[in-house]
Design a protein around this ligand. Structure first.
Ligand SMILES: Nc1ncnc2c1ncn2[C@@H]1O[C@H](COP(=O)(O)OP(=O)(O)O)[C@@H](O)[C@H]1O
Ligand SMILES: [Mg+2]
Length: 394
């Protein structure tokens, strides 16, 4: 069990049945009948069957499954667009089922915002008015809501399109408007039901990237639904895979990929692109050759010789990355043909531990030296070679 403070949403034994004979349906389920048997015998659809999960603040929780597996129903229960048949949903420790009208309104206006696949925008309003809509409903003054809307519009990359009519926008741009509208409410939680599924692949990748950067910047909690395993693994801090209304596995993408609980999950994962699962930290190596500027060319050459490599990473006192010294240049420095400061190549490729390998492919292919992995303060954490990148994909 995680620290409660960090848990924004907790779903406990949630079930949602559609149809009249719910009580006998529960009886059948208790005795082990599955969705199909209950539907056949009683005409009851078990959309969600005893689902439990927790969503941590500032994380992206992904629900993935085939069409009809119950994803939308779960997410609709989270803002009570659907009423659970049984189970509970806690927001910051309080049951949303116990909310009175006023609390529920407050919850829907300020705590959760939904982004749909079908955009759900108002076509007779322009971009700015659509984004400002939630604030308008809340009674925010015009000048204030427009200022806020403009900020968000800029953030989702729609600056200059404020006055444009929705009908003039492409699918990708409409979805940006949808996200901006949800963000304008400044909710704690974004609920996103297959928001990118209708977009073509390139636009979709842009939007995934955009969502990740917005989420990092604003530290939003996101519940994201998809039927695409690549999207799930790319976005999810935690991924739950659903089948017939049940969660059959819930884990980080890496753990799930490493230990699928059954063949169903395994098949799902096999359809994924490996580069989308593993990040740089899984393949990076400790730089065998690290030196400081004051170490001098002789020391550098010895290091390279001892480690059979042709370059060394030059770091400062706090391990901050300065650049690379190549074998050729180190020899020139030793021969007095070049000062050390000039010999250090400072313009080198860097990446972070969390970068997905797929996002590194293009640069790795053309990189002259192994790519340096640095943290936010530019401290050298490791290196990734071209060979490591390419071999991780097979
Ligand atoms: N309003 C409804 N009335 C009856 N059955 C529904 C309703 N909504 C969803 N269902 C059924 O519940 C199951 C789960 O649906 P849904 O949550 O939409 O799945 P997903 O989003 O994973 O495609 C499906 O079998 C679907 O037909
Ligand atoms: Mg759905």
């Amino acid at each position: 069990m995680k620290n409660n403070e960090n848990i924004v949403l907790e779903v406990k034994n949630l079930s949602k049945l559609f149809g009249k004979n719910k009580v006998p349906a529960f009886e059948m389920m208790k005795k082990g009948s599955d969705k199909k048997e209950v539907a056949k015998k009683l005409g009851v659809t078990v959309a969600v069957n005893d689902v439990s999960f927790q969503v941590e603040r500032g994380k992206i929780f992904v629900l993935i499954g085939l069409s009809g597996s119950g994803k939308s129903t779960v997410v609709r229960c989270l803002n009570l667009l659907q009423k659970p048949t049984s189970g509970d949903i806690l927001f910051e420790g309080k049951s949303i089922l116990s909310f009175d009208k006023k609390e529920l309104l407050e919850y829907r206006r300020h705590k959760v915002s939904m982004v749909f696949q079908s955009f759900g925008l108002m076509s007779h309003r322009n971009v700015l008015e659509n984004v400002a809509y939630g604030l308008e409903v809340r009674g925010t003054k015009k000048a204030e809501r427009e200022e806020r809307a403009r900020e968000i519009i800029q953030m989702v990359g729609l600056e200059g399109w404020e006055e444009m009519n929705i009908s003039q926008l492409s699918g990708g741009m409409r979805q940006r408007v949808g996200i901006a509208r949800a963000l304008a409410n400044d909710p704690d939680i974004l609920l996103m039901d297959e928001p990118f599924s209708a977009l073509d692949p390139l636009v979709r990748q842009d939007m995934q990237f955009e969502l990740l950067s917005i989420q990092k910047k604003l530290n939003k909690t996101v519940v994201f639904i998809t039927h695409d395993i690549n999207e799930a693994f790319k976005l999810g801090d935690m991924v739950a895979i659903m089948k017939d209304g049940k969660i059959i596995q819930m884990d980080t993408p890496e753990n799930m990929a490493a230990n699928p609980v059954n063949e169903y999950v395994e098949n799902f994962i096999n359809s994924a692109d490996k580069g989308q699962i593993y990040s740089v930290k899984h393949i990076m190596q400790t730089p065998s050759c690290m030196m400081r500027t004051k170490d001098g060319a002789n020391h550098a050459l010895k290091l390279m010789r001892d480690n059979s490599v042709s370059s060394a990473y030059v770091v400062g006192d706090k391990l901050e990355l300065i650049g690379i010294l190549t074998l050729d240049d180190a020899m020139k420095v030793r021969a007095g043909e070049m000062p050390m400061q000039e010999a250090i190549v400072r313009d080198i490729l860097t990446t972070s531990e969390d970068t997905l390998i797929s996002d590194l492919l293009a640069v790795a292919a053309s990189a002259k030296y192994p790519i340096a992995v640095v943290d936010e303060e530019n401290h050298l954490k490791g290196i990734v070679s071209k060979a490591a990148v390419l071999s991780s994909l097979v």
